[in-house]
Design a protein. Structure first.
Length: 327
């Protein structure tokens, strides 16, 4: 079978993204073949394209999509042909019409959730789940606690604003424009800080009466690292889960001595390493979306053929909420 797909032959800029035709065969043991209805776009895709996360070439990009299962391989019992399904999963390859892939991190998509929502929510929603529910400070999180969430108007951020509110947490979001700050507030952030106008660490201390927060969730990386540490209360946790401004370089461990701070660099793919964990996390995500407490904002749609422009807009911070590629 033939499928349109997006491939790169070398690491580089968006201009390296090419539409090609690939041959798709039958699934082997532990695999499925899935025909996509929509594909999710994520910042990790730009890291893989640029070489920040290097891969062997040629590389078919994409980590997230939804669609209909066409065939299942030997040993696959949780899915069958005809099932609606969605995933956020290695290996890359979701920028396509049709693919064969490992089945273990593919989940049946509830009928109440559309294909577009499924494609937009899996990677960002499961990331939010493992951050707010599994990446916790030593003292835990209780209703009323303050947390800081950088890039609060992004795809993960807007889901986190809503989920944190549902948990009773007071999320302090940061963003680079007043409009993005308003967007975070509209989605449930208790406070929003425009870091292009204010020192976010000083403002966090003001909001918390000088105490600081138990945890900072930071997908920006290099530019916010030291400021994020300055937001923490004693025994606080800094969870750096992305590199929007570049990776955090080596730092002096003595910085952590100021408050006996903890620092972690978690990844979604560690958390979804098993079928059981993936399903448990997805079940919680599906439940909170079906309840209406978390709505998935799809603010941009690009045809697959416009994938270069989609990457340019994402890297230029021109996007908000979630972005999908349509087929």
């Amino acid at each position: 079978m033939k499928s349109k797909a997006v491939r790169i032959d070398r690491h580089g800029g968006p201009e390296e993204l090419k539409i090609v035709e690939v041959e798709v065969g039958d699934p082997g043991p532990g695999e499925i073949r899935i025909r996509h209805k929509a594909v999710g776009l994520n910042f990790i895709d730009t890291y893989q394209r640029s070489g920040l996360y290097p891969f062997a070439m040629p590389l078919q990009l994409g980590m997230e999509a939804s669609g209909v299962v066409e065939a299942v391989g030997e040993g696959v019992t949780h899915l069958k042909a005809g099932d609606r399904a969605a995933y956020a999963s290695p290996p890359p390859g979701s920028y396509c019409e049709l693919r064969v892939m490992p089945a273990k991190t593919v989940c049946r998509l509830p009928d109440a959730i559309s294909f577009e929502t499924g494609a937009a929510m899996m990677l960002k929603g499961l990331t939010t789940q493992y951050l707010l529910r599994r990446t916790l400070p030593a003292e835990g999180l209780q209703p009323g606690d303050f947390i800081v969430f950088h890039a609060a108007a992004g795809g993960v951020g807007l889901i986190a604003c809503q989920w944190a509110k549902a948990l009773g947490l007071q999320l302090i979001g940061t963003a680079g424009t007043d409009a993005k700050c308003q967007l975070a507030l509209a989605h449930g952030a208790a406070h929003a800080i425009n870091y292009s106008k204010e020192n976010f660490a000083e403002r966090v201390k003001e909001i918390t009466g000088g105490k600081g927060v138990k945890v900072v969730y930071d997908s920006v990386g290099k530019d916010t690292f030291e400021g994020s540490l300055a937001c923490l209360r004693p025994f606080g946790l800094l969870a750096v889960f992305g590199n929007g401004s570049g990776p955090v370089s080596a730092f002096n461990l003595g910085l952590l001595a100021k408050g006996s701070y903890y620092v972690t660099r978690p990844t979604l793919f560690t958390h979804i390493a098993t079928r059981e964990t993936t399903q448990a996390m997805a079940d919680e995500l599906f439940a909170i979306v079906e309840s209406g407490a978390v709505k998935i904002p799809i603010d941009q749609r690009y045809p697959l053929e416009d994938v270069q422009q989609a990457h340019r807009d994402l890297e230029a911070r021109k996007t908000t909420g979630c972005t999908i590629l349509t087929l």
